[in-house]
Design a protein around this ligand. Structure first.
Ligand SMILES: [Zn+2]
Length: 84
């Protein structure tokens, strides 16, 4: 298997595939072993995890909380009554 620094670039090149679970089990295992030993790559994974969750959040907003929906519905109902 590749030496330590080669393994770092191996991991860096596959971070996204790793986080998407697109790698073969064998490759993912090799990366996990390296991540348990290499702080630099672990940091890199953490940064990517944050970026990805921020992006995901931007594109997939969470559904509005029920309380907000109630408030909006209530408001629409009142507006309808006023306009009658
Ligand atoms: Zn590394």
């Amino acid at each position: 298997m590749a030496d330590y620094s080669q393994m770092c670039s191996f991991v860096m090149m596959r971070i996204n595939a790793f986080l998407d679970n697109e790698l073969d089990d064998e490759v993912a295992d090799q990366m996990r072993v390296h991540l348990s030993q290499c702080e630099e790559c672990l940091n890199e994974i953490e940064i990517w995890t944050m970026i990805r969750s921020a992006v995901k959040h931007a594109y997939e907003p969470e559904p509005a909380p029920p309380a907000l929906i109630d408030k909006v519905t209530e408001r629409i109902r009142r507006l309808e009554q006023e306009s009658v």
